[in-house]
Design a binder for this molecule. Structure first.
Ligand code: ATP
Ligand code: MG
Ligand code: FE
Length: 353
């Protein structure tokens, strides 16, 4: 089936054409992403109203480009998938409403996709990963371990009790005046820094549960920054490197625990750890996950960076997986600013699991 995927839940206007063949293999035919960095640059973060307006202005062009680059006609699309949440409601409404109009006018099914499910299933598109697998979702709004048993069948194994990891990177970048989005900027400058110069706290790490807390760490970085002011370039690089090293150690330690739990729950099964979300682009964090993965003989799957950050292909693919199970949505389906992965509504309706 040929699926058009639309993503507008944050500050990327994105559309993609993905083909899923009968064997369940996916191919990306086009994947167009327009980032709104310029619109929000002056504000040091994403401004919801500006984001919604930019989606309105650009979405039609982005969809047309995705169709064009795929070398197909709009009428060849078999289903239209769009993010229905979670995310900034104004943007989600732009994408979902457009998808409804397209689905209605083409007479093709609509699939309302959970953005997090898009991140969760990406590794099946890129690497054909089989169920079950352990997923670490680390993005701008989420940081959690999820057991992925099947499409729509997710079990949360713990997550952040305050800031998301990407959010922590963004806030540290702001403290260090590195601009937005912070993750790539922190990683870049950290290359020149001394990761051992500062010892930042690792909250919650002594506790058994698979939770994260990053807000105390951010405060520690702020206090250190204030204590050193005015910062030299080397101070900035050292703080960035020490912060990144601290979160890498936290994530690596928790991954070890999560893999241990997975191994105990699925004896004899291959162990797979999939990393999803924008922070998966970070090389030091990927490295920190490699160590426990090797220890457990687990396969570590990190999709290409462009598919870890927000994009339309992951939404098209999640739509394709649901369509293959006969799971489609009504044109009256609502946008949802909050929509946890393990929600009742995530269950595949036609199959009941
Ligand atoms: P969510 O998916 O939870 O709704 P989101 O869609 O905004 O949030 P993504 O687009 O998946 O999140 O990821 C963006 C986040 O990833 C930002 O916080 C950004 O700073 C972070 N990020 C991107 N690249 C890197 C990197 N190299 N190192 C660390 N963090 C990074
Ligand atoms: Mg984004
Ligand atoms: Fe995302």
């Amino acid at each position: 089936a040929i699926i058009l995927g639309i993503e507008t839940s944050c500050d990327e206007t994105a559309a993609s054409i993905v083909v899923r063949d009968q064997t369940g293999r996916g191919t990306i035919r086009s994947n167009v992403v327009r980032s709104q960095l310029d619109e929000h640059a002056a504000f040091g973060g994403v401004v919801p109203e500006l984001a919604a307006r930019a989606h309105v202005e650009w979405l039609d062009h982005i969809i047309a480009q995705a169709i064009d680059e795929a070398g197909i006609g709009l009428n060849e699309v078999d289903a239209v998938a769009a993010t229905a949440g979670p995310g900034l409601i104004g943007g989600v409404l732009v994408g979902l409403t457009t998808a409804k109009a397209l689905a209605a006018s083409l007479g093709k099914p609509l699939i309302a996709v959970n953005h997090l499910e898009g991140h969760a299933l990406t590794a099946r598109l890129t690497d054909g990963v089989k169920f079950p697998y352990l997923m670490l979702l680390v993005s701008g709004g989420h940081s959690q371990f999820v057991l992925v048993r099947g499409v729509g069948d997710y079990e949360r194994w713990g997550g952040t009790i305050d800031d998301a990891l990407g959010e922590a990177f963004d806030k540290v970048a702001k403290l260090l005046s590195l601009g937005h989005p912070g993750g790539p900027a922190v990683e870049k400058i950290a290359q020149r820094g001394d990761p051992k110069r500062f010892r930042f706290p690792k909250p919650l790490l002594r506790e058994e549960r698979l939770d994260f807390s990053f807000s105390g760490l951010k405060t520690a970085v702020r206090l250190q920054t204030e204590a050193l002011a005015p910062l030299t370039d080397q101070d900035v690089a050292d703080i960035a490197a020490s912060f990144q090293e601290t979160v890498a150690q936290i994530v690596g330690y928790r991954a070890h625990q999560a893999l241990e739990r997975f191994a105990a729950q699925f004896p004899g099964e291959p162990i797979r750890l999939v990393v999803a979300g924008g922070v998966a682009a970070n090389k030091r964090i990927a490295e920190a996950l490699r160590v426990p993965s090797e220890e457990f003989g687990a396969e570590l799957i990190v999709p290409p960076i462009a598919l870890c950050t927000d994009n339309g292909a992951m939404i098209a693919w999640a739509g394709a997986e649901r369509l293959a199970l006969g799971d489609m949505d009504n044109l009256s389906v609502a946008a949802r600013p909050r929509w946890p992965l393990q929600d009742e509504d995530m269950r595949v309706k036609s199959h009941g699991t």
